[in-house]
Design a protein around this ligand. Structure first.
Ligand SMILES: [Zn+2]
Length: 139
């Protein structure tokens, strides 16, 4: 579907899988969520969008995915009821590191393999809001 393999596609796949795993943990397996992805709207950054579409079934076509222009890469994954929100932000340091490696001549497939093996906590900042914490924040 995407045509080539690169690190930002893998970032999107990992974001999507992390969201699926976190939001669908014990409750309803058919739970549906909405995604807002904030990303620079140029390749290779926008490749992240396809990674998310292919893992979450949230697509522009089915209206469950919105894309907003941004300097950094982050995604909000929202379940309406019971209300739950997960924010996943790609650490800017990781993006800079990828750009440096590209500049040094690394190929997309090599960097894709590298990103596939980086521990989640090195790649993302994850913030989860559940009904209890949402209430607390709104106090
Ligand atoms: Zn791509």
């Amino acid at each position: 579907m995407h045509g080539h393999l690169g690190p930002f596609l893998v970032i999107g796949v990992r974001m999507g899988k992390l969201a699926e795993r976190t939001l669908k943990h014990s409750s309803d397996k058919d739970i549906k969520f909405q995604v807002t992805i904030r990303v620079p709207q140029t390749t290779p950054f926008s490749c992240t969008i396809d990674g998310i579409q292919s893992t979450t079934q949230c697509t522009i076509g089915n209206q469950r995915l919105k894309v907003e222009k941004s300097e950094e890469i982050s995604g909000s994954f929202e379940v309406r009821s019971p209300k739950q929100e997960l924010r996943i932000c790609v650490k800017p340091k990781m993006i800079q590191d990828l750009l440096n490696r590209f500049k040094d001549g690394a190929r997309g497939e090599q960097l894709a393999a590298h990103i596939a093996s980086v521990p989640e906590e090195e790649l993302f900042i994850v913030e989860e809001r559940r009904p209890s914490t949402v209430a607390k924040l709104e106090d």
